[in-house]
Design a protein around this ligand. Structure first.
Ligand code: GUN
Ligand code: ZN
Length: 446
């Protein structure tokens, strides 16, 4: 096995292992046509993209001998190879506030999070944190993320620069927040729009990076700021947008007072043109079916943040009802309300929450959610999320026996889906053997 390689994309890469990927949402009935698994499988990668995925013997035999000889070979036999994990919502600037006490969302924001984000006035803090978080994402098997920076424009520069240096696929944006926050974190409708525009011009579409407009949530933006954000969103047809929706009861009561003409925050966002197919909203907890259907009709996606929702006591996301209403859903760590960068741990929490809502998440749907589901929710499934030909070759290599408990349990497993379920419940970042971006190994377990 070569060590972490430093060459430009080698022309051909061959990967051998237990290959699993999804072609579609398996749905509540675990549709067998939605996924492919090759027990002794191969990925053939050319110039950083998937050329083919299939059984090792057939794929290897089909390779022209000269290409086979020239290929870089990664032998991951006995390991599970999945598309890179997709974290659809996190706040990189909150890494230093992970595990900070709060009585509820608003108490935690004011007591722990705003002070942490204020320290990003120092560009050095932003640069050091960005490098740390980008490295930790790779160590946790996450290859794509949708990331909130802080209100400071240089905090976005820092994260995009860290992602670019590692060739990660990242969406990021400057927090827009012009009221109900400390002075040190407040922009204005005009400065927020001007800073966002400059960042879009600097970063949007550069390599694997895309800009995501980031109004924090309805209570911390004036109607004028929401209006200007909606205008920017409409003016750039391929921009992304991220925010928070229906997270806590306290927040909802506040929004009702601030926007008396609107039934809920989704109506606020709709009023200002902030919904649509490239918009993703974290949480979406306190919605009934008619609200879910109304949101789905706009094409808006939601980020399921089970770790954060449990940590802040915000409520239980209803994954089954949300997907049944037609919403695209991705999984998210939501660091720092989520207590870990690990989407494997988040899958375990997602299962706990799904049990509590009466519709237990299957292993197949869980691993779909962490890979192609996230790519679909971020409208990036034309580039990432599966091993279909032409997709960017981001993948994670997992050790199903990383802990004594996992090894013992896998020894008794009755089927692949039983193994995948145990991995989702018992696994964590210790299972991540290697993380590859565009075919190249960018992180390896020491
Ligand atoms: N709502 C507004 N801002 C935040 C945040 O930083 N984290 C979470 N979980 N919810 C929010
Ligand atoms: Zn968030």
């Amino acid at each position: 096995m070569p060590s972490t390689d430093t060459t430009a994309h080698p022309a051909s890469i061959l990967v051998r292992g237990q290959i699993l990927h999804f072609l579609a949402d398996p749905g509540p009935e675990d549709d067998p046509a939605a996924w492919e698994y090759f027990d002794d499988g191969a990925l053939w990668i050319v110039d950083g993209r998937i050329h083919a995925a299939g059984p090792w013997e057939a794929l290897h035999a089909a390779l022209p001998p000269a290409r086979r000889a020239a290929a870089t070979y990664y032998d991951y036999r006995g390991r599970l190879v999945l598309p890179g994990l997709v974290d659809t919502h996190l706040h990189y600037a909150q890494a230093g506030a992970l595990g900070s006490f709060g009585r509820d969302l608003l108490d935690w924001l004011g007591g722990a999070i705003f002070p942490a984000e204020a320290s990003f006035a120092d560009p050095g803090v932003a640069e050091r944190t960005a490098a740390f978080v980008a490295d930790r994402l790779l160590a946790h098997g996450t290859t794509t993320a949708s990331v909130f920076a802080t209100v400071h424009a240089h905090s976005v520069d820092a994260f995009f620069a860290a992602a670019e240096a590692r060739q990660m696929r990242v969406l990021c944006g400057k927090v827009l927040m012009d009221r109900h926050c400390p002075d040190a974190l407040r922009d204005t409708a005009a400065s927020g729009a001007a800073d966002s525009l400059a960042l879009i011009e600097r970063w949007h579409g550069r390599g694997r990076l895309r800009y995501s407009l980031s109004p924090r949530f309805a209570p911390t933006s004036t109607p004028e700021q929401l209006q200007r954000t909606g205008e920017l969103f409409a003016a750039w047809p391929d921009l992304h947008l991220q925010s928070h929706l229906a997270e806590s009861h306290g927040e909802r009561a506040w929004i009702a007072r601030l926007f008396p003409g609107c039934r809920d925050d989704a109506e606020v966002y709709a009023r200002y043109g902030l919904l649509g197919p490239r918009a993703i909203y974290a949480h979406a907890l306190h919605l009934d079916d008619s609200q879910r259907r109304a949101l789905a009709a706009t094409g808006t996606a939601v980020a399921f943040c089970p770790s954060a929702n449990l940590f802040l006591g915000s409520g239980f996301f209803d994954y089954a009802a949300s997907t049944a209403a037609g919403l695209r859903v991705g999984l998210a760590s939501d660091v720092g309300a989520g207590t870990s960068f690990s989407l494997i741990r988040s899958l375990g929490r997602a299962f706990d929450v799904s049990q509590a809502t009466g519709a237990p998440l299957s292993a197949l749907r869980g691993w779909f959610l962490a890979t192609l589901g996230g790519a679909q929710a971020l409208s990036l499934d034309d580039c990432i999320g599966s091993f279909q030909p032409g997709r960017e070759a981001d993948f994670v290599v997992l050790d199903l026996a990383a802990t004594p408990e996992l090894a013992w349990r896998m020894g008794q497993a009755r089927s692949l889906t039983d193994q995948l379920f145990a991995l989702m419940i018992l696994g964590d970042e210790r299972c991540v053997v290697a993380t590859h971006l565009l075919g190249r190994r960018r992180w390896a377990r020491p």
